[in-house]
Design a protein around this ligand. Structure first.
Ligand SMILES: Cc1ncc(COP(=O)(O)O)c(C=O)c1O
Length: 380
């Protein structure tokens, strides 16, 4: 009797269930019922009236969709304005916006490397970077986490075009990459440095200008950044920022730009409104960092194990994947939404609760979140 084509899926599902790794979609009501420490809305902008109004206005003016690749159906003044203001804000010569941060990483990695070149990638890098490395056809050396010496060694062993890539703030533990050290070793070897600032934009640097501005590296000759518009900027979409010739090269060669429908006007309008709000209210960035530190200090003082946050992500260790899932569920029951990271989303197999510090959390909300996480914590 031949097997049905998808019988293997049931076997995989059983194995996932046995390992406590089943993922399910939960309904999300329009009005938040829980205190949100799970989203990446670090600055609390996604429901800001100016931001939602800008999204609606952009949709009315330019249409609900971009209608095609910007190379085919044209590029709006809205997209050009967002790219100009984003580049200027972060300290780069030029920017290109794409339909997601994921697409931005694929674009930068595939367009700036290729067969015969070397990518040196941090072991803790985001899945979109891992996939960009795979798609690029470049040789990829995965090096130990946050280790410029290891990057230098890998670069030294290669003759020819090379690029090192790192998250600026790692999404699992919330720790920052040693950007200055990485830039030094790249400069010494004539390699490019690509930094995914998904978790740094809006949180790090003066007024949220990002990790590269904070490190004094923004706009450097060999430096390229990617970013997402879906976290601090409360919208959707991604961007690549760098020298104008790099951005021109991407327009001509990056397949996730050329063969993908342009960023939706509503998303571009919302991101631009958030960016302008952040310029007007730069204190939001520092506030997100202060909230993260407060969460970390109170949770670790009570005996939990966490990594000191360098930005707005606070990652608390759980004894097992099962325990992490139960812990997150107990927090939800108590009215607090928290993230739960477990294999395969963690590079080291260690499951975590992931709390995101929002700039708009009140002292009472912070106290409530801390009390709930501690009260529901599994026995060590
Ligand atoms: C470090 C990092 N890079 C890239 C992305 C992808 O961004 P987007 O959600 O806009 O596709 C994410 C978001 O999940 C991320 O955390």
């Amino acid at each position: 009797m031949p097997l049905a084509p998808f019988d293997w899926i049931d076997d995989e599902a059983r194995r996932r269930a046995d390992a406590g790794l089943v993922r399910t979609l939960r309904p999300r009501p329009a009005e938040p019922e829980l205190l949100d420490l799970a989203s990446n809305d670090y600055l609390g902008l996604t429901r800001h009236p100016e931001v939602t109004a800008a999204a609606a206005e952009a949709a009315h003016r330019w249409g609900a969709g971009a209608t095609g690749s910007r190379l085919v159906t044209g590029s709006t003044a809205l997209h050009a304005g967002l790219e100009r203001e984003l580049a200027a804000f972060c300290g780069f010569e030029a920017a290109l916006v794409l339909s997601s941060g994921y697409a931005a990483n694929l674009a930068a990695l595939t367009a700036l490397t290729g067969r015969g070149s070397l990518i040196v990638s941090d072991a803790g890098n985001h899945a979109s970077i891992v996939d960009g490395c795979r798609l690029s056809r470049a040789e990829t050396a995965v090096v130990p986490h946050a280790d410029p010496e290891a990057v230098a060694k890998a670069l030294h062993a290669h003759d020819g075009r090379a690029l090192a890539v790192t998250d600026s703030v790692f999404s699992v533990d919330g720790d920052a990459a040693p950007l200055r050290g990485l830039a030094d070793v790249c400069r010494a070897r004539g390699a490019a440095l690509l930094v995914d600032d998904a978790h740094g934009l809006g949180v790090l640097g003066e007024g949220g200008r990002g990790a590269l501005a904070a490190a004094g590296l923004a706009g450097g000759e060999g430096i390229v950044a990617t970013a997402t518009l879906s976290k601090s900027l409360g919208s959707q979409g991604g961007a690549v920022l760098g020298p104008a010739r790099v951005i021109d090269h991407l327009v001509n060669t990056a397949r996730t730009f050329i063969f993908d429908t342009g960023l939706a006007p509503a998303a571009a309008g919302a991101a631009l409104a958030s960016l302008r709000l952040l310029r007007r209210e730069p204190e939001r960035a520092g506030r997100a960092r202060t909230v993260a530190t407060a969460l970390y200090e109170r949770l670790t003082a009570a005996g939990l194990t966490a990594v000191r946050p360098d930005a707005a992500v606070v990652s608390v260790r759980a004894p097992s994947a099962d325990a992490a899932v139960r812990w997150a569920a107990d927090c939800r029951t108590a009215g607090i939404a928290v993230g739960c990271f477990r294999p395969p989303s963690v590079p080291d197999g260690i499951s975590r609760l992931r709390l995101t510090a929002r700039a708009d959390l009140t002292q009472a909300q912070i106290a409530n979140a801390v009390e709930t996480v501690l009260r529901t914590a599994p026995a060590a």
